[in-house]
Write a protein that binds this ligand. Structure first.
Ligand code: ADP
Ligand code: MG
Length: 149
């Protein structure tokens, strides 16, 4: 596991970090995204989308578990599993085609579906630290590899 910590001091910086990751992403990459309400998950996700070349607006998938964006250089699968009642709902939408597919997955509230998360994934955690200012965010990215190398 490798861990990288980024510090941002404005929404623009968080957006730019997401954009860089989107630009560097490879098909099949899976990101999980954790952080309190209002911390900047959507700002970060919009950066990722822009980095993939998506121009249509990206917000949270309110009425569906997954929102698919096809216009970038690879598909973008944006999951919000907050409202999931049972893990079987993931089977019903055929989640494996997304998790092990040819696009970039971003999964919000991934802790609710821990048991089916791919081993190879990057966990993004966004946190505030009010002592460092109202707009400060610490963004930690932990890369979990598969056991084999
Ligand atoms: P979430 O999706 O996690 O609920 P949003 O991305 O919708 O949060 O909102 C984050 C809010 O925090 C925005 O109003 C944004 O302008 C503000 N903000 C202030 N500083 C930052 C920062 N460093 N990074 C991201 N957002 C920030
Ligand atoms: Mg949001």
């Amino acid at each position: 596991m490798t861990e990288k910590i980024y510090e941002t001091y404005s929404p623009e910086e968080t957006h730019a970090l997401g954009k860089r990751l989107g630009a560097e992403a490879k098909p099949g990459d899976v990101y999980t995204l954790v952080g309190d309400l209002g911390v900047g998950k959507t700002v970060f996700t919009q950066g990722i989308a822009e980095g993939l070349g998506i121009t249509e607006p990206v917000s949270s998938p309110t009425f569906t578990i997954v929102q698919v964006y096809e216009e970038g250089r690879m598909p973008f699968y944006h999951f919000d599993v907050y409202r999931i009642g049972d893990i079987e709902e993931m089977d019903e939408i055929g989640y494996e085609d997304y998790f092990y597919g040819d696009g970039l997955c971003m999964i919000e509230w991934a802790n609710l579906i821990e048991e089916i998360l791919p081993e190879r994934r990057s966990e993004v955690t966004i946190e505030k630290d009010l002592e460092k200012g109202f707009d400060y965010r610490r963004i930690t990215i932990r890369e979990h590899q598969e056991d084999r190398k």
